[in-house]
Design a protein around this ligand. Sequence first.
Ligand code: MN
Ligand code: MN
Length: 318
Amino acid sequence: MESALAACLADFEGHAMRWPAASMSPAIIDRACGCLLGLALGDALGATVEFMTPREIRAQYGTHARIRGGGWLRLPSGAVTDDTGMALALADCLIAHHEPAAADYARAFDTWMRSKPVDIGNTVRRGISRFRRSGEACAPPSDDAGNGATMRCAPAALAFLAARPAHLAEHALAQARVTHHCPLTDAATLAVVFMVRAAVLGAGIGAVMALAHTLVRHFPAFGFRGRQVENPSGYIVDTLCAVLQAIDYNDNARDALIDVVNRGGDADTTGAIAGCIAGALDGAARLPADWLDALDPRIGQQCGRAVQPLLARSLPQG
Ligand code: MN
Ligand code: MN
């Protein structure tokens, strides 16, 4: 598995070398905003139907396509959950430290956990608790392949947009391994950061799906070209297969997010991951205005405010 990860990473890096070097442009900024806002919108939309089955969703909402809060967390309309909370904590860490160490990532997640978030995954809690107890910022290797490291990874792609691909990979894995240390979660996290990078740089859906197929070639478990994944669990393979199907079958972020959250299961997290990729493909200007209006304005502002400082290190001419 470790050698599969190294081979997969080498292929991701090979793809990344083909994309044009970033230069400051309004389109790049718009797509980076779309990435973070898409993540938050997918989380807010999906949280309403998290842990419901597609049949239950249909009975209650027909097609769930409006940001309305509720769900098992009884959220106010427009609220987000741990997916966005951890992504924003990661963004803050990447802005505060030019070159975060593993312990900086762990401290950022620890601070987030102390803020009493509305929800938190078991693996995330265990990882942060271990860091508190031992100061060890890297989880021991395990088979625990939850989706919590992947749901929050997008800001790393923005911060290291113009870095060597290996440099992006190193940071994507360091933040992941604070809580998750498994070849499947590592591979999924690397796939998502390279997809976001490709999308923000303007390489388009073809480059994004080429990365998905590269992932499948090295880790066949992620094979998504088959039966539609319904009720995706928090297992990263289920989560990412649902996300990749929704991105592959739909040609815009709104439709991709409606598709993926109406599959139920871990819907806020499939929404968040699909949202950061599809939002980066579409850009903020093409995200649905009614969803942006419904999003908690503090979250929208935090996403917007993070973009320039995240991109600043890659695009210093700003
Ligand atoms: Mn959540
Ligand atoms: Mn979730």
